[in-house]
Design a protein. Structure first.
Length: 380
């Protein structure tokens, strides 16, 4: 009986929050390294292109409660929701995570972004009776100038957007930087450099190769050491520094060119293909690959649209469930991408709506018909 009671107690939720601290090793998330990856031109091009693709068509709001939709529209204009989403989506694509701190309710609601560089890779959590992990606290390391402090951030006071969560025991999302900055191990357990480290090393080696690839000349002169030092060396140095200068002498000498081995670019191509695949954007390939056909571009773009649609669906879900109810007091408001379709209202339609007969009343009065703005009746 005692053993049964002890086993039952172990299955109950932990009364004291548990903590996971990944430390400062190579474990994800490493937000500072992820933000550093944005310095790579290909990474920046991919991230900016995906953000632009998501937001290029704009968005609007709909609801069965017209007042709720209008309230959300006014609130979105006041806080600059478009600009906020641009920054949030950029963080989601690059790192898979973005943190918003809501302040207030109703149309006075403010959403403040918490810098990812402040988020420490540790959290407190409890496990409920259904074996689900529920985060109770995140931790911040606040750096502002010379000021530094650590602070616990209750999870119920923050909106954590986590895109592409792989492990439900860890609340972190995984963006494109995860594959770029994470290291792997080979079959012998040795650490393999990350994709960005390998690409940066190859770029450095390419610069060194081009610097060393300039032919070096070994000049042998049949003259005494004194003549070589006082006469030939200064004159030859001047001639070598200026390739257009001709040199005339009656002293025999030979010139031998020293050239490095040819650079094998196939290794760089392998790393470049892995890097471009990790960026999730066909635009990078279209910009960097000569001869990319129109048919291939259409097919790549079509598959790319699935990724964009999935990201949009996630943004819709987070806004509709975690943000909009704070503004409308639980009234359901939906976010739609693109622009609402407007009917092509002609002047004849307005006249027909204002007419009445014995069986059908007028839909609008003549006064209402006169007040319809001219832009709503472009043709006949």
């Amino acid at each position: 009986m005692r053993l049964f009671r002890r086993a039952k107690e172990q299955r109950e939720p932990a009364s004291v929050p548990l903590r996971i601290d990944y430390g400062s090793g190579r474990e994800w998330p490493d937000f500072e390294a992820a933000l550093e990856a944005y310095k790579n031109p290909l990474v920046a091009l991919a991230v900016d292109n995906i953000v632009g693709h998501v937001l290029a068509g704009g968005f609007y709001f709909r609801s069965e409660n017209r007042q709720a939709a209008e309230k959300i529209t006014r609130w979105a204009e006041r806080i600059g929701l478009r600009g906020l989403l641009f920054d949030v989506i950029k963080e989601l694509i690059l790192t898979g995570n973005s943190f918003l701190k809501p302040i207030g309710r109703g149309e006075s609601l403010e959403l403040t972004r918490i810098p990812l560089s402040w988020i420490r890779p540790r959290f407190d959590f409890v496990i409920d009776e259904n074996a689900r992990v529920r985060v109770t606290n995140y931790y911040l390391a606040i750096r502002a100038g010379t000021h530094y402090e650590e602070r616990a951030l209750p999870a119920n006071e923050v909106i954590h957007l986590a895109w592409n969560v792989l492990d439900p025991s860890r609340p972190w999302g995984y963006g494109i930087a995860y594959q770029l900055i994470s290291r792997q191990r080979d079959w012998n357990g040795r650490e393999v450099p990350s994709v960005l480290e390998a690409e940066a090393s190859l770029r450095r080696n390419l610069v060194l190769y081009l610097y060393r690839a300039i032919p070096k000349r070994l000049i042998h002169i049949d003259a005494s050491a004194q003549d070589l030092q006082t006469r030939f060396a200064p004159e030859l140095a001047a001639a070598l520094n200026e390739p257009t200068v001709d040199y005339i002498t009656n002293t025999p000498f030979t010139v031998t060119e020293l050239k490095p081995n040819e650079l094998n670019f196939s290794y760089y191509t392998i790393v470049e293909n892995v890097l471009i695949s990790a960026l999730r954007s066909p635009i990078v390939k279209l910009f960097t690959t000569p001869g990319f056909t129109e048919a291939s571009a259409r097919e790549a773009t079509r598959l790319y649209e699935n990724y964009i649609d999935a990201l949009r669906e996630y943004i819709e879900h987070m806004l509709e469930t975690h943000v909009f109810p704070r503004v409308t007091n639980e009234a359901r408001v939906e976010l739609h991408w693109g622009q609402p379709e407007r009917p092509d209202l002609r002047f004849a339609d307005i006249l027909a709506a204002s007419r009445a007969d014995a069986h059908n009343p007028a839909l609008i009065t003549r006064e209402e018909a006169r007040t319809i703005p001219p832009r709503a009746r472009p043709g006949y």
